[in-house]
Design a binder for this molecule. Structure first.
Ligand SMILES: C[S@@+](CC[C@H](N)C(=O)[O-])C[C@H]1O[C@@H](n2cnc3c(N)ncnc32)[C@H](O)[C@@H]1O
Length: 240
């Protein structure tokens, strides 16, 4: 268990989601880059990893909050924006193996704080109005809820955590039924399968237009666009 992580029962009792230590096991986190970032992004989800990496290269700051890192692939491939003692990276995840992977990968690069917490459960244990950058990649399609209005607390949490002049970005796989979602046979088969397995995907009701509406409730500046089977967004100017 991460040492500097709140494990108090009140966090768990407020949780909406359940952790999934079998899926996000240390072994699967080790294989995540190869199986998911390299293969699934390319063959199923049609995600352009260069464009996703570019979001980090453009926006990462010395006060960064990473939500749901899995193997921390993109942040790990981002040059540090500050020296080790000046780069603060907070990491929030409901599963412990991704938190430990982040601690390991950021060792010697940043001052790291780990938070074992459900992104749907407010308040987050992170700082408020503090982070100049925040990334939440491929997390919202994993959390329970029939559509983005049911996942709105995660978006509210982002706005509460972000500094007034900070930038938040993310991407999430939208429903195969959404006209904005581009799917091939493999993507449709995987989405169907992962939505049937307990506590893996919950994106049957996730539509890009609803994501945009929820984000607009919390951010005055917003760009949302489709990329393959996902919606990508960059949000700023949190509404208080
Ligand atoms: C599919 S991986 C995304 C990895 C990476 N961010 C990326 O862009 O590829 C989902 C991550 O979100 C975390 N996660 C899933 N449900 C969560 C929840 N309810 N609260 C916080 N983290 C969650 C998982 O543990 C995992 O690290």
């Amino acid at each position: 268990m991460p040492e500097n992580t709140p494990h108090t029962p009140q966090h768990r009792t407020g949780w909406v989601s359940r952790s999934n230590p079998r899926l996000y096991s240390p072994r699967n986190i080790e294989r995540y880059g190869d199986l998911i970032v390299d293969k699934a992004h390319r063959w199923a989800w049609k995600l352009d990893n260069d464009q996703l990496q570019d979001l980090y290269l453009r926006h990462v700051s010395a006060q960064h909050l990473e939500i749901g890192p899995a193997d921390l692939h993109f942040l790990d491939h981002t040059p540090a924006p500050a020296l080790e003692h000046q780069w603060q990276v907070d990491v929030l995840d409901i599963n412990t193996a991704p938190l430990e992977a982040a601690r390991h990968k950021l060792k010697g690069r940043a001052q790291v704080q780990l938070h074992e917490h459900d992104v749907l459960a407010l308040p987050w244990p992170t700082k408020k109005r503090h982070y100049h950058s925040l990334a939440i990649g491929n997390v919202l399609h994993c959390v329970p809820g029939a559509g983005f209005s049911a996942k709105g607390t995660a978006i509210q949490g982002m706005a509460e955590a972000l500094a007034d002049d900070g930038v938040a970005w993310g991407y999430t796989l939208t429903s195969a039924q959404d006209p904005s979602t581009r799917t091939n046979r493999l993507a449709r088969a995987l989405m169907w399968h992962y939505n049937r397995i307990d506590n893996t995907f919950h994106n049957r009701g996730d539509r890009l237009a609803d994501l945009e509406r929820e984000l607009k409730r919390h951010f005055a500046s917003l760009q949302v666009w489709p990329m393959g089977a996902a919606a990508v967004f960059v949000a700023a100017e949190p509404i208080r």
